[in-house]
Design a protein around this ligand. Structure first.
Ligand code: NAD
Length: 254
């Protein structure tokens, strides 16, 4: 029987930041299974895991390459995008997935944490978006998917730095959408709740149990459940959806 790819991204070139593990890796594998070519970005300290991800992608029979760069460093990102275009000929899809989390109460404000989180979670997507937009605008096609968070939608205790960065990312999403809508480019955000990755696994067991007890679905999501939503927004067929924020939270915020 002929294979049917309803979410069409065959031969599209996807650059996925922080693609070495967690949600980014799940997105890379999901896109690859639909026939996309994958540029995996990650930082050098995560090179080993990122190379493993690239190997897994190649085993699926798709073209995949690792591009090490810190998304908060403009020169490194610009250089990376040049190399991705040299290797694959174009960038069709950018997933701004790389992110970090630092908890802390705002009244005890820690500027170093604030700056670290803003650099990766907000400045990073701005730099990456800016780097891919000229070629996307020229080719008249682009899909940008930004990983925001439930924390941008509701006030969650102790998440001040992270939540502010992820709310800012929704602003970036909407303006990117409106400024590029006539160029065949869409830009949307995902707002995941609690997902089973290293980012969550650092919390103690009893704290995780309390969190799970508050989720109507009764569990954390698997990274693949976020990746499927990313696929939907990255597909050719989502051409009429732009500037949207898609919640993926098991009913925690409706
Ligand atoms: P993770 O910590 O498992 O993976 C993050 C990846 O980003 C890693 O590969 C890491 O090396 C990379 N990275 C970190 N800093 C980087 C930098 N400066 N440049 C390039 N790469 C960098 O996290 P995850 O849970 O997979 O989260 C992925 C995204 O989803 C993040 O933006 C996160 O904020 C968001 N998110 C996660 C959850 C969750 O519950 N896990 C919920 C909502 C949103």
């Amino acid at each position: 029987m002929k294979e049917v790819h309803e979410m069409k991204i065959i031969d599209r070139v996807a650059l996925i930041t922080g693609g070495g593990q967690g949600i980014g890796k799940a997105i890379a594998l999901t896109f690859a299974l639909e026939g996309a070519k994958i540029a995996v970005n990650d930082i050098s300290i995560n090179e080993v895991k990122a190379l493993e991800t690239v190997e897994e992608l190649r085993k699926l029979g798709v073209e995949a390459e690792l591009f090490l760069a810190d998304v908060s460093q403009e020169d490194a990102v610009n250089n990376m995008v040049v190399k991705v275009i040299e290797r694959f000929g174009r960038v069709d899809i950018l997933v701004n997935n790389a992110g970090i989390n630092r908890d802390g109460l705002l009244h005890k404000g820690n500027l170093a944490k604030w700056e670290a989180v803003m650099a990766v979670n907000l400045k990073g997507p701005f730099i990456c978006t800016k780097a891919v937009l000229p070629s996307m605008r020229e080719q008249g096609y682009g899909r940008i998917v930004n990983l925001s968070s439930l924390t941008a939608r509701i006030g969650i205790f102790g998440t001040g730095y992270y939540a502010t960065s992820k709310a800012g990312l929704i602003g970036l999403t909407k303006v990117t959408a409106v400024e590029n809508v006539t160029k065949g480019i869409t830009c949307n955000a995902l707002a995941p709740g609690y997902i089973n990755t290293d980012m969550m696994n650092k919390y103690p067991e009893d704290q995780l149990k309390v969190l799970i007890s508050k989720i109507p679905v009764g569990r954390f999501a698997e990274p693949k459940e976020v990746a499927d939503a990313a696929l939907f927004l990255a597909a050719d067929s989502s051409s009429y959806i732009t500037g949207a924020v898609l919640d993926i939270n098991g009913g925690l915020y409706i």
